[in-house]
Design a protein around this ligand. Structure first.
Ligand code: B1M
Length: 217
């Protein structure tokens, strides 16, 4: 899909000057809209174009073929495409099932996966409180105190911030022992979830949505 190439090369929209070899061509913004207009489902756009493109970006970064600025442009292009998918993931549900507090853990600035989880959980009928990125344990605890019964979701993309996640889970459980905590992010697995005392690990947004059904009001 051409959309995947636009994400991979960081072509945000038609007017973006980068990359020069794609000057004047449609970017992720236009291509995502066209795909939807042509009847491609939002979930196919996500799983067949956007996510594989970001995987390729990660691979190239690992091989030193691209650097942080290019990775940032790809993230921007991905966000432009996601803005068109958002209404589809969020549609149809009445927000009565409960409150889901989500954030990327302290030290970590990656928010695309976290935003996707938030979008899909919202689509599953939950009210979302998105605390953003680089979120400290005190902010999570304060937000739980203000929203009794809320469930917390933590995202971490760096092996270094898995340690932050562990600290945050510990502090949440100390102050609010009954609060359920869901964790996710590329470097995690269920063994790590068990080690840090979180309640559930999901490799993708769908798993989080399914788990939350158990606690729906
Ligand atoms: Co960064 N980065 N990055 N990066 N980046 C990775 C994660 C990396 C794997 C790239 C690589 O080396 N191959 C690597 C981490 C290595 C490691 O720790 N093992 C890395 C690095 C090293 C860094 C920097 C340190 C680079 C530097 O400065 N030298 C730096 C760190 C900054 C910081 O956070 N403090 C950095 C910076 C950045 C950008 C800012 C440039 C940008 C992020 C922009 C943004 O998010 N707004 C960026 C990007 C784009 C990436 C890659 C290429 C793509 C991440 C992404 O958005 N993936 C990434 C490589 C990769 O993942 N292939 C990489 C798409 C997204 C849909 O997937 O986030 O995994 P993901 O979310 C998935 C699941 O994990 C899951 O559901 C989502 C959908 O399926 N999920 C959950 C996520 N959270 C969940 C929560 C849940 C449930 C499921 O419940 C609560």
């Amino acid at each position: 899909m051409k959309l995947g190439e636009a994400i991979e090369h960081g072509k945000v929209d038609k007017n973006s000057p980068y990359p020069p070899q794609m000057n004047g061509e449609d970017g992720a913004d236009e291509l995502a809209k066209q795909a939807l207009d042509n009847g491609v489902t939002p979930s196919d756009i996500l799983t067949e174009a956007l996510v594989p493109a970001m995987d390729r970006v990660g691979q190239q970064f690992s091989e030193n073929k691209i650097f942080v600025p290019q990775m940032l442009l790809s993230a921007k292009a991905m966000s432009a495409a996601l803005s068109h998918l958002k209404p589809f993931f969020q549609s149809g549900a009445v927000k009565t099932k409960g409150t889901f507090i989500i954030g990327t853990v302290k030290g970590d600035l990656h928010d695309i996966g976290k935003n996707l989880v938030a979008m899909m959980v919202e689509g599953g009928g939950w009210t979302i409180i998105d605390l953003g990125v680089d979120v400290h344990e005190d902010t999570f605890n304060q937000t739980v105190a203000e929203n009794p019964g809320a469930i917390v979701g933590l995202s971490a993309l760096l092996t270094t911030t898995m340690t932050s996640m562990e600290e945050i889970v510990k502090k949440i459980k100390e102050v609010h022992p009954d609060t359920k905590v869901i964790v996710g992010g590329a470097p995690l697995n269920d063994d790590f979830r068990v080690k840090i005392g979180a309640d559930f690990y999901s490799p993708d947004p769908r798993g989080a949505v399914e788990y939350l059904k158990e606690f729906a009001a």
